[in-house]
Design a protein around this ligand. Sequence first.
Ligand SMILES: Cc1cc2nc3c(=O)[nH]c(=O)nc-3n(C[C@H](O)[C@H](O)[C@H](O)COP(=O)(O)OP(=O)(O)OC[C@H]3O[C@@H](n4cnc5c(N)ncnc54)[C@H](O)[C@@H]3O)c2cc1C
Length: 343
Amino acid sequence: METVLYLTHTESDGSLGKPALEALSAALQLAQDLDGAPPLTIGLIGGEVQAAADTLAGCGAGRFLGVAGAELAVSRYSSDAAAVAALVEAAQPTLVVAAATSRFSRALPGVCQRVGGRIDTQVTGLQVVDTEPRIERWYYRQRMAATLTRSHRPWFLLLAGGAFPAWEGEAGTAEVEAVPVELPETRTRVVGTQSASADAHTIRPEADLLFVAGAGWTKKQVDGQPHVTEAEQCIREFVDAAQASLGSSKSLVDQGGEGQQVLSFMSHLHQVGQTGTTPRHRKGLATCCHGEEPHVVGWRFITERRAINLDAGCGWGQGKADVLYVADAFDVMTKVNELLGES
Ligand SMILES: Cc1cc2nc3c(=O)[nH]c(=O)nc-3n(C[C@H](O)[C@H](O)[C@H](O)COP(=O)(O)OP(=O)(O)OC[C@H]3O[C@@H](n4cnc5c(N)ncnc54)[C@H](O)[C@@H]3O)c2cc1C
């Protein structure tokens, strides 16, 4: 019989992040689909875990286990691995489900090794066929989806963000069993956190819309001149007003290294595609971007796609977008910004 342990860590303010709530809804569904499995056990780690446990009180979990302490308020491999290993020891699960946060992505493979388990990362789907749990995972830069299972237990599953709905439910009072853990002597002291550069703040994973800028914004326009300053203003105004997340094609972000004029707020962190990121926004708008396959492969999880390009024969027009506006992106986005300013 399978037993499911859902693991989560608290955020710096003691709350639970959206990826944690997404992984919880997936873990609850998994435990429910596994015929005869007992209700899942929740394992929490953090500086304080009671408040976080209380927010999950209504989820129907059978047990709440917690490892708390000042050393666990911060992300550090050695203390996190020891805490998670203690939770696994206490719960004796066959399946361990957690969000693929940077904290768990770093600590869980080591825990898995310690307890003799197996691990799969970036899982995007879970199902039970007869009594067999199966996972879905993408390979080769999201080009191939595989469904796989394992007979080895315990089986650790790190779930990709944005692939499951976030759990919503009643808070209450959870009875948390404190699990003792002997933390190893730590050589790493966490002195603080440094946020990404101000430019990276245009990357908003929670936004409804992904706005992608391509190299066309910096190319010569109908008057024979490039208009990079206008392009910067136009893009920045739209992204700020719509609170959209900003993405880029490779050509655009590579231009800096090639000595060409670039958009000042673009960095390689913005690049979408085969050698960039694969964001999970519901909607995407590509502008001045040709829509070549190595770029569009990064749009795998974006369900509503629109593009603006002067060229009706661009990649988006070849079935890669739901709507292609054959138009000048400077004109269209200037008008859109005007309308946003009025609303
Ligand atoms: C191994 C490999 C990996 C790669 N990985 C990636 C990746 O991860 N991400 C990625 O993006 N690319 C990647 N590429 C590169 C990719 O193949 C393309 O070269 C790149 O995406 C092109 O960028 P672009 O569409 O912005 O530029 P361009 O191809 O130069 O297209 C510019 C477009 O802008 C349009 N345009 C110009 N002015 C306007 C205007 N005023 N209004 C509307 N449209 C206008 C033009 O019609 C044109 O279609 C990879 C390539 C290889 C070989």
